[in-house]
Design a protein around this ligand. Sequence first.
Ligand SMILES: [Cu+2]
Length: 238
Amino acid sequence: MLAGVAFAGTITGTVMYDGDAPARPALTATKDQHCIDAVAGTKSEALVVSKGKGIKNVVIYARVRGAKATAPDKNPVMDQSGCAYYPHVLAIVAGSTVDITSSDPVAHNVHSHAKKNDAINYQIPQPGKVIPHKVAKAEDIKFTCDIHAWMTGYIVAVPNNFFTVTGYKNADGAWLSSADYEKSADPGNYTIADVPAGRARVVAWHEELGSANKTVEVPASGDIAVNFTSADFKKSTK
Ligand SMILES: [Cu+2]
């Protein structure tokens, strides 16, 4: 074997809903005309399933021994747009600083329900204000807005850089809306590349379904398929 050659494989698979997904409840804004207009016709993002039975907004990561957490050079952004958190689920590596901001002409507040990280609660009175928020520890954190009760979002901080989110971006790398995802044939495809060969625990998290995990041996080259369905998930007991 040659020194310096990396032995790494790709974990890939699908996350699919068993049976028929429940209809998404419509959201209703009750204050601020901007929000009432923006939210009209939108639906809850808590469980979004495609025509291909794929589940959107599942965070998947691989726990591997010795993996480091490297924060990105450019801070991930959690926006508030149309009186919704955007993206609805933002996955990051622990130690990242998230730029929390707003694009809306109405005041929001960013209310973190973190237990392991700082549980911030800040007003964002006008669009463009940025609150850099360091998320030091791995945790799935719910965010709400105390002004607008229908607003929820999640920052999911994972322990290393081997992570992805289902249904998150289209082929061009742009955010994929839940309405577009619902119409798609996506089976909940995901890919995590360059995972070191050896044992890995593949963990999947979803805000409604809870979490699931499977332990696999990542090959020294090529792919290993790890598929999940909604029946694999158990709700968190915390
Ligand atoms: Cu708000």
